[in-house]
Design a protein around this ligand. Structure first.
Ligand SMILES: [Zn+2]
Length: 427
């Protein structure tokens, strides 16, 4: 997963974004680092522009661009702003319209002395673990991994190792299910996540876009890493696609190493790291969530608001009234793409649900037996006065318990979200 810090803002760029300043009296001062550049969006024939200021990015139309350029000349009154706007766009806007636009349509991030918008992550706790400068020191040494020959070799090696793993006979695999083994598994899967983020950042560095650092948050019971690749918006289509895939690419290299250990040592621990990491990678690719799979489709297609368009299209099917103009400028290609996107969402959901259900069923069926076994070992160890040994017998249930708790926590979260989503549907 990674975070494009602008994602949420992009969604509101065409909607409303409350700005807390008084337009009576002085007009707000535009930040000095506001940059406007053309933005490639195939979804409409209307030219779009990318605005960047500080750490934020927005997509705007031509009129908004003219307004921002008009603000750059630092007009003191709305009337002066209207005049500047007319000079640039050739269109007349009345003072009241401009006041409304300034208050509701422009992000406070574009102006000086505005309270910084709090960036919200879906995590209860989160914090930076690798600063931007430090991350850049690392990624500049790894950019060679994104050359074609290295990438082709890595992906081929990954495919071979995964083939060996999935065709391996589990009879020879030694089961290691100690509590320490569980902690190592948790740490190794988390390490894979960290490496994944470095992949996104390295792809950024390879394409000459400055990137930020890496943060970590807690999503339910999983550590979830995120990387600041906001400046990826500046890149063109294919470099952006490489940023989207960079995370999975690095994670696959990590799995190649893990897989080789699994094949040669026949230790269950490595097979488990491989399995959990693969599930996570699939999860990340699911375009239903705003993770890598979603951004990959967005960048491949050049349609920057796929999710909104899907909702609009589905809404159009179920409702006579089509809200707004989300579908107005949709060409046949884009419609086909949104359909493909919707299909992929279903496909990924089915694969993930199937995989999770199968693993959960197997674990759940064996679980009561394992609990009984652990309880027996626990009391036996206690009776013999071996305190530590009694702990290991409980610890042996660690991985299975963690899996079951994760699944229940995730289902609970999903149900909560679904109810929330359903109750927020416009009628
Ligand atoms: Zn990612």
């Amino acid at each position: 997963m990674y975070w494009r810090f602008s994602g949420a803002v992009l969604a509101t760029a065409e909607g409303s974004c409350a700005m807390e300043f008084s337009v009576i009296g002085q007009l707000p001062l535009l930040r000095s680092d506001v940059q406007v550049s053309p933005f490639a969006d195939r979804s409409s024939s209307i030219p779009k522009f990318l605005v960047q200021a500080g750490g934020s990015s927005f997509v705007i139309n031509g009129e908004m661009r003219d307004l921002i350029e008009a603000l750059r000349s630092q007009p003191e009154t709305l009337a002066e702003l209207a005049e500047e706007f007319r000079a640039r766009s050739g269109k007349t806007a009345n003072v009241e319209t401009l006041r409304t636009v300034l208050q509701t349509r422009l992000s406070p991030d574009l102006f000086q002395n505005q309270p910084k918008q709090q960036f919200t992550t879906p995590f209860v706790v989160s914090g930076q673990i690798l600063s931007g400068p430090l991350a850049r020191q690392i990624t500049k040494r790894l950019t060679w991994l994104f050359s074609w020959p290295v990438a082709a070799l890595s992906v081929a090696a990954f495919a071979v190792v995964e083939y060996l793993i999935f065709t391996a006979s589990f009879k020879n695999v030694t089961a290691d299910s100690s509590f320490l083994g569980f902690l190592l598994l948790y740490a190794a899967v988390a390490l894979g996540g960290l490496i994944h983020e470095m992949g996104h950042l390295t792809a950024c560095a390879r394409n000459g876009a400055e990137h930020g650092g890496v943060g970590v948050g807690l999503y339910l019971v999983f550590p979830a890493f995120y990387a600041d690749v906001t400046s990826a918006w500046k890149l063109s289509r294919w470099p952006r696609v490489s940023v989207d895939l960079g995370g999975l690419y690095f994670q696959s290299m990590f799995l190649t190493v893990v897989g080789l250990f699994a094949v040669f040592t026949k230790s269950m621990a490595f097979y488990q790291i491989n399995f959990f990491t693969l599930v996570l990678m699939l999860f990340t690719l699911n375009p239903a969530l705003r993770f890598d799979g979603y951004w990959l489709l967005v960048d491949l297609s050049g349609v920057h608001n796929l999710a909104a368009r899907r909702s609009a299209m589905l809404g159009g099917i179920f409702r006579r009234k089509n809200r707004g103009s989300a579908n107005a400028a949709l060409d046949a290609d884009t419609k086909a793409l949104v359909a493909v996107y919707t299909g992929l969402v279903f496909l990924f959901s089915i694969v993930l649900v199937g995989l999770t259900a199968a693993a959960t069923y197997r674990i759940a069926v064996q679980y009561p037996g394992k609990v009984a076994q652990a309880a027996k070992a626990f009391s036996a160890a206690l009776a013999n006065g071996k305190g530590f040994k009694s702990l290991t017998s409980i610890g042996a249930l660690g991985t299975d318990t963690f899996w079951l708790v994760s699944v229940v926590a995730f289902l609970f979260d999903l149900t909560k979200r679904s109810i929330h989503y359903a109750s927020n549907q416009p009628s």
